[in-house]
Design a protein around this ligand. Structure first.
Ligand SMILES: [Zn+2]
Ligand SMILES: [Zn+2]
Length: 134
């Protein structure tokens, strides 16, 4: 399992207060969180301290609102509460899974920081001919 971002207690408290101690996932994890009453997609119902058969007592995580760019452990630890969101472990895992899958679908990054094109000399260019003549 990916290690969840760990933030300081005061930041965590602020995030949980803003969230009403309830998971703020509205489907980002891939689940619809269908409201049992309205049958419409809603918000995850897990709250801090709730006991589930799978996880035991749930403790919500303070995780970046932008997990793609700020999901890195070190970045997340330095974020203010306003940049964080409360997620239950299940939703957190779901989001990580979706990001992982999306990253895999991206074309591989070229390993050079500079465009290689710029430094390639066309064999037929005059430059090359000059070098040969020198
Ligand atoms: Zn959740
Ligand atoms: Zn969710």
């Amino acid at each position: 399992m990916t290690r969840p971002p760990i933030v300081g207690a005061p930041v965590w408290e602020a995030v949980m207060t803003a969230a009403g101690d309830r998971c703020q996932c509205q489907g980002a994890c891939g689940k619809k969180h269908t409201d049992p009453q309205t049958k419409k997609p809603g918000r995850c119902t897990l709250v801090n301290g709730q006991r589930t058969s799978k996880r035991g007592v749930v403790t919500l995580l303070a995780t970046p609102r932008d997990p793609v760019n700020e999901g890195d452990f070190h970045i997340a630890a330095a974020l203010p509460a306003t940049r964080l969101i409360a997620f239950c472990p299940d939703c957190y895992d779901g989001v990580r899974r979706i990001i992982k899958r999306a990253v895999k679908q991206l074309p591989p990054q070229s390993d050079g920081l500079f465009a290689a094109e710029e430094y390639r000399v066309d064999p037929a260019s005059k430059k090359q001919a000059d070098v040969g003549a020198a």
